[in-house]
Design a protein around this ligand. Structure first.
Ligand code: PMP
Length: 369
């Protein structure tokens, strides 16, 4: 089937093979006589889906045994509250603000922590940079340090996670990896907790993934709802409440798809990472050479997943978007807080999609001359 290329920031494109498989299994999963949405979460059929999803995610991201994988609900925005409810111990927490999402996280944490301290901010650069780690004003005794490792709106990505120990902090690092989970490898020795909504790189909205170091469980504030207490969720195998079963099933299909991906001798996430580097490089190189389009993010922190770009003459934005749609290139409009365009090129976007976008951009430029 010849589907258009979908550049949505999320909910976002899902690999066609995954959609086809879900469609084929919609009415009858593996001869069970039931669709996945109709199954008890405690039945053996769904438990087998759940266990495969967890094992595959652990393998794909090389998650060490002393981390728990939780499948929750509420999305990244709910985690902005759930993390401080679990980890803040009502004390000081540090934030490195590199865009809209980390800014939102800091604001929400202020409801539960005595001080949601901004240790560094890139506001002065309109969130086109990441402040050097050596300049962060980390608090003594902070309960955790929060970063958004890929800022979906501003297109800013940490290409290396900070080593807090080397910065003199014993606090666990919390990362919001919503918009680049499974696009690259993760150095778990630097992470205490990672959270993210599934709707960009993993599956449909409604599933939230939390990967948390075991020693961080069991410190929830008394006001933390039981369904959001990581200890309770972990002790109940993510089934204290009914988990988002459809989302977990779709994620499991995506994880199987990811495991099948190869790039030269690489497989799984490593293969995706190589592909994602190539896709992003191609696009940034094109925009950087162009005098018609521009990207404003500093080179050392440009996102491989979300690329905001602008037409130098913004009066042509509507024509650009209308032509793109006609050319089968969907959802390129930038976030309203940044403006311009944004190409989100998650794992499900093939290189051919990026090439098609560049071809359209070249053609659009020529037609304006
Ligand atoms: N964090 C990041 C980095 C995001 O991109 C988003 C969604 N775009 C969120 C958090 C919020 O996710 P949700 O709307 O699922 O709560």
């Amino acid at each position: 089937m010849n589907r258009p290329y979908n550049f949505s920031a999320g909910p976002a494109a899902i690999p066609e093979e995954v959609l086809q498989q879900a469609a084929a299994e919609m009415l009858d999963w593996h001869g069970s006589g039931m669709g996945v949405m109709e199954m008890s979460h405690r039945g053996k059929e769904f438990i087998s889906i759940y266990e495969a999803a967890e094992a595959d995610l652990r393998e794909l991201l090389a998650v060490p045994a002393h981390f728990k994988i939780l499948f929750m609900q509420g999305g990244g925005i709910a985690e902005n509250a759930i993390v401080p409810l679990n980890l803040s111990r009502a004390g000081v927490v540090d934030f490195v603000v590199t865009g809209s999402w980390s800014q939102k996280s800091a604001k929400e944490a202020g409801k539960y922590a005595s001080d949601a301290h901004v240790a560094a901010t890139a506001k002065d650069s309109d969130y086109t940079t990441i402040p050097a780690a050596s300049s962060w004003q980390l608090s003594r005794g902070a309960s955790y340090v929060h970063i958004c490792s890929n800022e979906t709106i501003h297109g800013v990505e940490f290409h290396e996670l900070p080593d807090l120990k080397a910065l003199g902090s014993d606090a666990p690092l919390v990362i919001d990896f919503s918009s680049h989970v499974a696009s690259r490898s993760i150095d778990w020795s630097r992470v205490g907790l990672a959270f993210g909504g599934a709707q960009k790189n993993i599956g449909p909205a409604g599933l939230t993934i939390v990967i948390v170091r075991e020693d961080l469980l069991g410190h929830a504030l008394p006001i933390c709802p039981s369904a959001f207490d990581y200890r309770v969720v972990a002790d109940n195998g993510s089934m204290y409440n009914t988990p988002p079963t459809w989302g977990i099933y779709m994620a499991s299909l995506t994880f199987q798809w990811l495991k099948r991906q190869t790039e030269g001798s690489l497989t799984g996430v490593a293969a995706m990472e190589a592909r994602n580097i190539a896709k992003a490089q191609l696009f940034y190189d094109y925009v950087d050479r162009s005098s018609f389009y521009v990207n404003k993010v500093a080179e050392n922190c440009r996102s491989r997943m979300n690329i905001p770009f602008f037409l130098r003459d913004e009066s042509r934005n509507d024509a650009f978007l209308a032509g793109a749609k006609q050319a089968g290139l969907l959802q390129l409009k930038g976030h309203k807080s940044v403006g311009g365009m944004r190409a989100s090129i998650y794992n499900a976007m093939p290189l051919a999609g990026v090439q098609a976008l560049i071809a359209y951009m070249q053609d659009f430029e020529q037609r304006q001359a």
